[in-house]
Design a protein around this ligand. Structure first.
Ligand code: XLS
Ligand code: NI
Ligand code: NI
Length: 436
């Protein structure tokens, strides 16, 4: 094994009282929760782009992070990053990783050269997967960074940009398939607009749907059975992204008859940018049968952009795991840490502190959520709150037995509604805190 993280051993579970910063306090991979190991519940994944490609440059300055895998030759850098990825995942006990085509292999002078680079690195990724047992959770294509995608990809006014994106996506799906990837993500990138003064929204959305339909056909053609996901985000880089939240995505998918081919990849920071709680997006997806995977990060509510911080808020992870467990848990999806270290966290070891904290935060969230479910008080409260729908008039309405005339007659006769009960918001908030 290479040694990009010298002096760091395999990270072990040492329990909540340990002094060791490089140990898990709560994530104990084989510990059973609701009859399933934490490893199987949480299905952690490392995000290639943030771990190995993001030097933490910002608008005011260049990269600050020491990235010892960088070499003057971009293909050598690419091979080094593969080594670093598998070293990181193995040492942390992270079983999955995720990538964009351009994260793993440099773009060439031509599309053909880019594909050749991608194939070469994919073969190396495959060898390292076989050697370590680390697997690909999902792949994706970057159809937003290059200037050719200035007007978008699937929604570009330039038909050639659409064609280029289709070529990249086809290739990325093929490579994901070859690597045994369990899913493939579509994040809108620049699929949106800056101003309606230059934008034909209806036509752009038709084009986006056409691109996704082609992807579904391509998937079938090559025999890829992994799950397709859409990752909602309301803004950034465009002012308005078409896939703005789970509800907008679901409406779009239904309009174009794509609702059985896609699930959601819900990102915590995108949810808050959309003005929703993380849990709202998870719960909306769960009730519609489209909860697929999660980009597990956190935003900063003081800031209006995608800060992609590692998740550390136990209340958030608890509520998220409550919805995920409620939906029956992950099948093809998992928790991908779409997060980067802070610009001032400049050492390779900081990647370990970041992942350890995030994995512990979700381990606590999982245990808390399981305890809440076992306690049964929240469920019982909700059940009772809707009691008026279980019998009498409520049950008849739910069964579709009554029309408006019947309800008019019912209410004229009864005169006033039965007394409302308190929603007990504060009591329930206190109850939640009992578990955190
Ligand atoms: C950007 C997105 C991106 C996707 C993958 O905001 O989160 O990183 O997860 O393209
Ligand atoms: Ni993301
Ligand atoms: Ni994001």
């Amino acid at each position: 094994m290479t040694d990009y993280f010298p002096g760091i051993d395999t990270i072990a579970y040492e329990g909540p009282t340990t002094d060791n910063a490089l140990a898990f306090r709560h994530y104990n991979a084989d510990e059973l929760v609701e009859g399933k190991s934490m490893r199987e519940h949480l299905r952690f994944a490392a995000a290639y782009w943030h771990c190995f490609c993001n030097g933490c440059a910002d608008q005011f300055g260049g990269p600050t992070r020491t990235m010892p895998w960088e070499d003057a030759d971009p293909m050598q850098t690419a091979r080094n990053k593969v080594d670093a990825n598998f070293e990181l995942c193995t040492k942390l006990g992270i079983e999955y990783y995720c990538f964009h085509d351009t994260d793993v292999a440099p773009e060439g002078e031509t599309l053909a050269e880019s594909f050749a680079n991608f194939d070469e690195i994919a073969a190396y990724l495959k060898a390292k997967q076989d050697e370590t047992g680390v697997k690909l959770l999902w792949g994706t294509a970057n159809c937003f960074s290059h200037p050719r995608f200035v007007h978008g990809a699937g929604t570009s006014c330039n038909a050639d940009a659409f064609a280029y994106a289709a070529a990249k996506i086809a290739k990325a799906i093929e490579v994901t398939h070859a690597l045994g990837g369990e899913g493939y993500v579509f994040w809108g990138g620049r699929e949106g607009y800056k101003t309606l003064l230059n934008t034909d929204m209806g036509r752009e959305l038709d084009h986006l749907a056409a691109l996704l339909k082609m992807a579904v056909e391509h998937k079938k053609k090559i025999g890829f059975t992994g799950q397709f996901y859409i990752e909602p985000k309301p803004k950034e880089p465009t002012k308005h992204q078409y896939d703005s939240d789970a509800a907008a995505c679901f409406a779009f998918l239904q309009k174009y008859g794509l609702e059985n081919d896609f699930k959601m990849n819900i990102e915590a920071n995108h949810a808050t940018l959309a003005g929703h709680d993380f849990q709202h997006e998870l719960e909306f997806s769960a009730i519609n049968g489209i909860l697929g995977s999660v980009d597990a990060n956190r935003g900063d509510l003081m800031l209006g952009w995608d800060t992609d911080q590692f998740p550390t808020d136990i209340r958030e992870t608890t509520l998220a795991m409550l919805s995920i467990l409620g939906a029956g848990g992950f099948t093809t999806g998992g928790l991908n840490f779409d997060a980067h270290v802070a610009r001032e966290s400049i050492d390779p070891v900081d990647l370990f502190h970041a992942h350890i904290g995030a994995m512990d935060a979700f381990a606590r969230g999982l245990k808390n959520a399981a305890a809440i479910r076992a306690g049964g008080k929240l469920d019982a409260f909700k059940k009772e709150r809707y009691g008026s729908w279980d019998t009498g008039i409520g049950a008849q309405i739910e069964a579709g037995q009554l029309d408006m005339d019947a309800l008019k007659a019912y209410m004229l006769d009864k005169g006033e509604v039965d007394a409302n009960a308190s929603g007990r918001v504060e009591m329930l908030e206190n109850l939640l805190n009992d578990y955190i």
